[in-house]
Design a protein around this ligand. Sequence first.
Ligand SMILES: [Zn+2]
Ligand SMILES: [Zn+2]
Ligand SMILES: [Zn+2]
Length: 172
Amino acid sequence: MTSRSQTDLGSPSDPVGFDKHDHADCINTGVAAAEAHCATNQLRFTPVRRKALEILLQEHRALGAYEMLDRLRDAGFGSQPPVAYRALEFLVANGFAHKIERLNAFIACAHPGATHSPAFMICRACDSVAEAQSAPARGTLGDAARATGFQIERTMVEAVGLCPTCAEKAAQ
Ligand SMILES: [Zn+2]
Ligand SMILES: [Zn+2]
Ligand SMILES: [Zn+2]
């Protein structure tokens, strides 16, 4: 497993969602990255796919499929569940979004365009999610895998805890 491409894309190891940042820039960058990727790979970035990504990018929180369906309907894309599911499937398959298994919900990728093993920090109080990088092959899991001859293809790291805002509230 190599991660050379990541070095060209800023510092993808910084968690994004819990930091103060220019959120408009966040949305524009995410949409532009998806647009470029689709153009290069001859994928159709249809209006509903674009809208679904914009909706996810507006939040640093995971959205369930039904919540997505409501938002798409409000935006005029009809109310058939397959519309939302197919759009989400496309975004996940192309790395523009991730599925958070614990929440059974979806979040926009914080590092679009980078090949990576995401690790999620999920706030148990407010459900906000930040994405960081994990390097499972280099950690103790990697050691265990090497020792047994197991080849890791995919890992899911979902840490549950309190975000800085909720931790501050809890301390008061
Ligand atoms: Zn943002
Ligand atoms: Zn990601
Ligand atoms: Zn929180």
